[in-house]
Design a protein around this ligand. Sequence first.
Ligand SMILES: [Zn+2]
Length: 143
Amino acid sequence: MIYTEKVMDHFRNPRNVGVIENADGVGEVGNAKCGDIMRVYLKIEDNKIADVKFETFGCGSAIASSSMATELIKGATIEEAWKLSNQAVAEALNGLPPVKMHCSVLAEEAIHKAINDFRSKQGLEPWDMDESGEDLHDKVHGE
Ligand SMILES: [Zn+2]
């Protein structure tokens, strides 16, 4: 068994699946390795993530990490949500197989894009996208 109990739970019963109509921020990312596509919707009130939903067409790890990531950022401030790393998501799932870490990067990137979408709609400068996801991807697949 390469997947933890928690990964299987979030894969079978993903939280926060769906669409938010009139979302304040939307972010979509994809990865060519598994063909995962992830879209994140944010509802933002008083600088906090009032609601979050996601749609994922992807592998089990992508679904489980999106589900966990949305649980972790719900109710958080935008700054806290921005700082959520894919490592933190993987830890909350009690670990992902190394070859599947790139799937958890998708959740982090989709949240970043959604936050920047919100910021640009407010007329604010987008924040710098973290490049660590790319580095990790190269480390996992780079040989
Ligand atoms: Zn995947």
